[in-house]
Write a protein that binds this ligand. Structure first.
Ligand code: FES
Length: 201
């Protein structure tokens, strides 16, 4: 759960009122057709995700109010959901949001060492953001890709089979604004064994 976060932090609130982008408004119109008109509140999660995307990765008070208005809901109901799910950020985040899975399968495969590399390289702790606004570090629960543990999510992409050296390299590439390669860092095909061709023959 998102604990200890508050929307009542004036310094975090955008000066301008939040508005959905045109492409999000188009998506919203489509999403709303999935539900009966008197059940449109069911579209809350996808609308919050779109609002977060349109608001540089976090949900401001204004964005939450806008979602509530779209779905004819009380703002507090939307806030209750936004504060429950850890994937919603209630304060500004860095340009690169690094989420290290800390659940048991990843932990057994070395995610704590990945977390240590991030802390050391970025000089921040969990839930911290670097002073230059480039990186935010989070520890999260299972990302659903345990078969390729340990797993790190950076913005929208998954980095799997990741070792401390990979993590260091990825951070350096992000610092230099270079392209990074998501997926298995061991170049496995999906979750197939590394030498699966040999095993088949
Ligand atoms: S435990 Fe890390 S992805 Fe499932």
């Amino acid at each position: 759960m998102n604990e200890g976060k508050s929307l009542k932090n004036g310094s975090h609130e955008l000066k301008n009122q939040f508005q959905f982008s045109d492409s999000s408004l188009e998506s919203i119109n489509k999403i709303l057709t999935f539900y009966p008109a008197d059940r449109k509140q069911s579209a809350l999660l996808p609308l919050l995700a779109l609002a977060q995307k349109d608001n540089s990765g976090w949900l401001s008070e204004s964005a939450i109010e806008c979602v509530a208005k779209k779905l004819d809901m009380a703002t507090i109901r939307v806030y209750e959901v936004a504060t429950f799910y850890t994937m919603f950020n209630l304060s500004p985040i860095g340009k690169n949001c690094i989420e290290v899975c800390g659940t048991i399968p990843c932990c057994l495969c070395g995610s704590e060492r990945i977390l240590d590399v991030c802390k050391k390289e970025l000089s921040i702790d969990i839930n911290g953001t670097t002073k230059d606004g480039q990186f935010t570090l989070k520890e999260v629960e299972c990302l659903g890709a345990c078969v390729n543990a340990p797993v790190v999510k950076i913005n929208k992409d998954y980095f799997e089979d990741i070792a401390p050296d990979h993590m260091r390299e990825i951070i350096n590439q992000l610092r230099e604004d270079k392209a990074i390669s998501p997926g298995s860092q061991l170049k496995r095909q999906g979750s197939a064994p590394l030498d699966y061709k040999k095993e088949i023959s």
